[in-house]
Design a protein around this ligand. Structure first.
Ligand code: BJW
Length: 235
């Protein structure tokens, strides 16, 4: 029997034990900062310096040596290496912890904090430093258009064609550390339901819990390595 294709969707919960805040938990980012002030194109048009300050601080956090991939990121990288079938890891996270853990079949549907994009020429650049309204684009040389390469509300997520094709082939769908409140990611489980086994792995039941065949609740660093170990044992 051929091994089923796996699509894994991850969210902020998988990086929480690496020291990065989630969005909608009681101590999450949206509890202290308004979405409308930092995560929409309108916010950036209104006050780019404020939006840059928000993302510069989060980029600086990623440069902190204490922020490292955890056991859950590492387990998913191992799954990709050892699974005899196809694996696609779709992350909503803009952090780089999956890549640092060794995942290569990886799609950042909400963009990447360690990249910047020029709104004037559309060039995307690796970016580790601060951005400001005066930062010139390394490609076209113009200032004023550089922005974080992230997907804000109202913008189209990245890689949707590739994700759609992977969901069409998928026999196992895992959703890890996401509240299931943001579309289109929240709708992926409904797209595969009935033809793929669907499993939620989250600290607690998410709002989408009822849409999954199975759910395993607990911290990602515990439940994900255990699930991957069991899956590889059966492969
Ligand atoms: C743990 C844990 C531990 C804690 N272990 N677990 C249909 C219906 C309604 C609305 C819409 C719709 N379609 C589109 C919309 C509008 C909108 C939307 O969804 N709004 C809703 C809020 C209502 N969506 C959009 O605008 C999107 N664009 C779009 O749809 O374009 C149209 C289009 C689509 C497709 C094709 C063509 C056109 C864009 C969404 C962009 C989201 N951007 C952000 C910011 C990115 C940059 C940044 O990081 O600043 O992305 S918002 C934020 O939410 C971020 C996240 O990726 C995203 C999801 O959050 P996530 O990861 O789920 O985090 P939390 O905090 O919500 O949940 C964490 C979970 O972890 C919790 O459950 C905890 O319990 C758990 N947890 N510790 C395991 N240790």
């Amino acid at each position: 029997m051929t091994a089923p294709s796996i699509v894994i969707l991850t969210g902020a919960g998988i990086s929480r034990e690496s020291g990065l805040a989630t969005f909608r938990d009681a101590d999450g980012i949206w509890a202290r900062i308004r979405i409308e002030d930092v995560a929409t194109p309108e916010a950036f048009a209104r006050d780019p310096a404020h939006v840059h300050a928000f993302y510069n601080a989060r980029r600086a956090q990623l440069r902190d040596p204490a922020v490292q991939p955890n056991a859950a990121h590492l387990a998913l990288a191992e799954l990709e290496r050892r699974w005899p079938g196809e694996v696609l890891l779709v992350t909503q996270n803009v952090d780089d912890l999956h890549g640092r853990a060794g995942s290569r079949k990886l799609l950042h549907m909400h963009g990447e904090l360690m990249k910047a994009r020029c709104a004037r020429c559309e060039a995307v650049h690796p970016w580790t430093d601060d951005l400001s309204t005066g930062t010139p684009c390394p490609a076209c040389g113009r200032a004023g258009g550089m922005r974080p390469h992230v997907v804000w509300f109202g913008e189209v997520p990245l890689g949707m064609d590739r994700i759609g094709a992977a969901l069409d082939r998928c026999g196992l769908f895992l959703s890890i550390g996401t509240s299931g409140q943001v579309h289109p990611a929240a709708g992926f489980v409904a797209e595969v339901r009935g033809r793929a086994r669907t499993v939620e792995l989250n600290l607690e039941p998410s709002e989408s819990r009822s849409r999954f065949d199975e759910a395993i609740h607990g911290p990602a660093t515990e439940v994900v390595p255990r699930f991957v170990r069991d899956l590889l044992r059966g492969a």
